[in-house]
Design a protein around this ligand. Structure first.
Ligand code: MRU
Length: 344
């Protein structure tokens, strides 16, 4: 069974996360007690990956709803909590979807009842989505060649979701079924989610994984017979434009050059049907580029560009692997198959 990075106890409302900034050196679970701590946990990437941020935000909102249930300004204050959570990371859309759907829950006027309903729904979403990721893994197995060499970037794995992951789901489901893969993980500068997280979680699941640096991608595709590339997503627009970790776009371009398929695996909750080809890209602190693991590696004071994500256009995407099947990345197919905010 894959690792679970978020734990919420319905009775005690104790919320615990695996601190992903410490991996792989240390597997430490920390309790999140306040809204400020929760905001910081998302911004610092202690909790990360579009779906995981959404579940975490949902549980934080549930805790805040309980805390505010005797407050006459319950709705106003809870809305403010929601807006603060949404503002923590602008590119991933799942968080916005889940917060907006929980704030819209219509269960009467009683604040205690509303708080209970938010908590109940947050738990349901977290648990039900395990099946979503499994199904994404099953659909991915229909397009990835069994026994093949597959390249991925960042971490779209179990710890970025509720279980299984999106891009890594076929490897877990394949493992359960005796279908082997050789996974190549791109280290994913600047914050090394591939080297620190993907390699860690696949290795502990006994899945064959090989680490490369990001600038080895072309040569690896050419010399290691890479059969396909699979990545996750933070936001997919109705036109099929896909925001994912910086470095994804160059892999899509390489896939086209080498004539191999490039798949994006994501649940419906990652689709933003209101957006077309414009996606706000989060820019992060220069320190992440000028340092590696806290150690300085660049000229002090140098100008830095540090976008956390890039956008891959649909013409470079072979298929969008979702819980309802592998979709062609065209507006008509997306609008027909994906129903908007799926947390409603
Ligand atoms: O900055 P991160 O580590 O949160 O970026 C994560 C990604 O880009 C993932 O591929 C995406 O969120 C999908 S996770 C299932």
């Amino acid at each position: 069974m894959s690792v679970q990075s978020i734990h919420f106890d319905a009775d005690t409302e104790v919320l615990t996360i695996l601190d992903q900034t410490l991996l792989p050196q240390e597997e430490r679970y920390v309790e999140v007690l306040t809204l400020e701590q929760a905001e910081q946990a998302i911004k610092s990437l202690q909790v990360r990956g579009a779906p995981a941020i959404a579940y975490f935000g949902a549980f934080v909102l549930a805790k805040e709803a309980s805390r505010l249930q005797d407050n006459p300004y319950f709705h106003l204050q809870l809305n403010q909590v929601g807006q603060r959570l949404i503002a923590t990371r602008p590119t991933a859309v799942n968080l916005q979807h889940v917060i907006e759907s929980l704030l819209r829950l219509n269960v009467g006027e009683d604040f205690e009842q509303i708080a209970k309903a938010i908590k109940q729904r947050a738990i349901e979403i977290f648990e039900q989505d395990v099946a979503t990721y499994r199904t994404i893994g099953e659909h991915a197995l229909t397009v990835l060649p069994a026994g093949g060499n597959v390249l991925t970037i960042c971490n779209a794995g179990a710890i970025a979701t509720s279980r299984y992951g999106t891009a890594l789901a076929p490897f877990y489901v394949g493992k359960e079924r005796g279908i082997p893969f050789r996974v190549f993980a791109s280290e994913t500068r600047p914050l090394l989610q591939g080297a620190r997280l993907t390699v860690w979680e696949l290795d502990r699941a006994d899945i064959d994984v090989t680490l490369i640096t990001d600038n080895m991608a072309a040569w690896t595709i050419q010399t290691k017979q890479i059969d396909a590339i699979i990545v996750g997503a933070d936001r997919i627009t109705r036109t099929g434009h896909t925001a994912n970790k910086i470095g994804t776009l160059q892999l899509a371009i390489l896939a086209k050059h080498y004539g191999i398929p490039f798949y994006v695996a994501a649940p419906h909750s990652t689709f933003d049907l209101e957006a077309d080809d414009t996606i706000q890209i989060e820019e992060r602190d220069a320190h992440e580029v000028t340092h590696i693991g806290g150690h300085p590696t660049a000229l002090v004071g140098i100008t830095v560009f540090n976008p956390a994500f890039d956008v891959t256009p649909p013409e470079l995407i072979t298929g969008l692997i979702t819980e309802t099947g592998v979709l062609e990345p065209t507006e008509s197919v997306i609008v027909e198959h994906v129903g908007g905010n799926t947390y409603v």
